[in-house]
Structure formats: structure tokens, C-alpha cells
Ligand binder design. Structure first.
Ligand code: FE2
Length: 266
């Protein structure tokens, strides 16, 4: 398989094309049964080649995702038609004691630059997230997707905060610097300093101060339900929460897919 970073385009050069490829998140419920989830967990522990741990205690496992995509081709195509045409698959299994703060999952610029900053023919397209488990099982937790797609390199968003963040992504601490927010129709969304809309969603996002979500709009909130799977634009801002009742640890699989520039929109 080719080196993924050789395939990735210079995002700064292709915004006008990419902004026409967005779509709303898509969820499939009850897609993976108990046996599938057990198989995926075994694969995580026994067959991935890379592992790392961050400062929050999150464990990441990656490698060999082509085998997973081949095995679950039919199911993944239901969540994201066309995903099995991706020339390579990025992503990770994760086991985490900590909710994920606001971020987008495109490609970190440093990874692409480290590889020589080649303007390849593919762009980060959409990701599939598969919740594997949460404990305790009866915890109720969510992932919130915002209308804003940041058509830019991967980053974490932490407005007006100088708190340390355990991440390999750069951290944006002033949203007024961002000029690359678009909605699912590819329309530009200039950032404005105002509370989250609708503001009621702050009840679900109590882990961070409200200012972290300032100027953003909720598009959809999805329950963390093992067995389901959902696809979303690589650029779309999202955050997970602690839940109520809260969870102590949870696990999932993130798969990232790429599409050729100039192919049919979407
Ligand atoms: Fe993410």
C-alpha cells in the first residue's frame, strides 16, 4: 500500500473544490452485532501494529485497517457508500477514560509536511466512527456534531483558554482567527462571538466552559450506542461528553477515508 501522506493534497490549494463535497452525518443503528464487536476488539488487541498513549490516559491502536474494511465491506458501504474505494484508511481504535473536546479530524499539517508537503490527488473525505463499548454499560453519553466544517488542517478548538491539552493536533485558542468555517452546503460561515446555538446543548457539554462553543451551531447530537456506526465529514467539528449517568471508560473505532479530487462531488 502506498504511503498515505503521499496521496494527500495541499488543503490550502483545494478549498474551492472540497467545500462542495460536504454532507450531513449519517447513522446506521444495530449494524454491528455482538460477534462483530468481539471480532473488532480482538483485532485491536492482537492485530494492530502501532500503539500509543496520551497524557489523558487514552490508548490508541492502529494499523491493518484494510483487513477490517475488507471484512466489513458491506456494512461500511451502508454507512458511507463509496468508502471501500479509498486508496488507504487512516484512523485508530481508542480506549479512553476522558471525553474528547472539540476538534476536527482531517490531517495534521505536521504529518503532511514531515512527508515533504506533496500536493497529492486525494483529500480527507469522511470518517466512520463505530462505538464499541462504554462502562458502565447503562451510561448515557453523546457525541455532538456542529454545523461548522473547518476546511483546514486538523486541530483542537479551545477558545479563550490557555489550559494544556493532551493532543498531537495544534490548538486554536482564538476562533476569530478562523476564516475557513463552512456549513454542509459549502456556504461560508464567518465566525461571530456569540453563545452556542441552540444554547440548551450546553447542558450536554458541561465538561468545558461555554466559551469553548462560542459562535458554533449544533447540527446533530448522536447517542453513543455500541453496534451503531456513523459517518461524518472529516472537517466537521465535534465533541463528546461525560454523559448522565456518566461513563468511566469507553472504546471505539475511527476509520478515515479519502477521495480523489475532481471525482464526483460528495
Ligand atoms: Fe474525532
Amino acid at each position: 500500500m502506498s504511503n498515505l501522506m503521499d496521496l494527500i493534497c495541499d488543503i490550502d490549494k483545494h478549498r474551492e473544490y472540497i467545500r462542495n463535497t460536504f454532507a450531513a452525518p449519517h447513522i446506521e443503528y444495530n449494524l454491528f452485532d455482538k460477534d462483530d464487536i468481539e471480532w473488532l476488539e480482538d483485532y485491536c488487541y492482537e492485530s494492530t501494529q502501532n500503539r500509543r498513549r496520551n497524557d489523558n490516559g487514552t490508548l490508541f491502536f492502529s494499523g491493518g485497517f484494510d483487513t477490517i474494511v475488507t471484512k466489513f465491506q458491506r456494512k461500511l458501504e451502508l454507512v458511507l457508500p463509496g468508502c471501500t474505494n479509498s486508496p488507504d484508511i487512516d484512523g485508530n481504535f481508542f480506549i479512553t477514560p476522558h471525553q474528547y473536546g472539540l476538534h476536527n479530524d482531517s490531517i495534521p499539517r505536521w504529518r503532511w509536511e514531515q512527508n515533504g508537503a506533496k500536493d497529492g490527488h486525494y483529500y480527507p473525505w469522511r470518517n466512520i466512527l463505530i462505538p464499541l463499548w462504554q462502562s458502565p454499560e447503562h451510561a448515557s453519553s453523546q457525541i455532538v456534531f456542529f454545523k461548522q466544517r473547518d476546511l483546514d488542517w486538523a486541530k483542537v478548538y479551545k477558545h479563550n483558554s490557555d489550559e494544556h491539552v493532551a493532543t498531537t493536533y495544534p490548538v486554536c485558542r482564538d476562533y476569530s482567527e478562523i476564516s475557513t468555517f463552512y456549513n454542509k452546503h459549502g456556504e461560508h460561515m464567518p465566525w461571530q462571538d456569540r453563545p452556542l446555538e441552540p444554547e440548551e446543548f450546553l447542558l450536554y457539554l458541561r465538561e468545558s466552559p461555554p466559551q469553548r462553543y462560542s459562535g458554533l451551531d449544533v447540527e446533530v447530537m448522536i447517542d453513543w450506542t455500541p453496534g451503531s456506526a456513523f459517518a461524518f465529514d472529516s472537517w466537521q467539528l465535534h465533541a463528546t461528553n461525560r454523559g448522565d449517568p456518566p461513563w468511566h471508560q469507553k472504546s471505539g473505532l475511527l476509520l478515515c477515508f479519502f477521495k480523489m479530487l475532481g471525482s464526483q462531488y460528495g
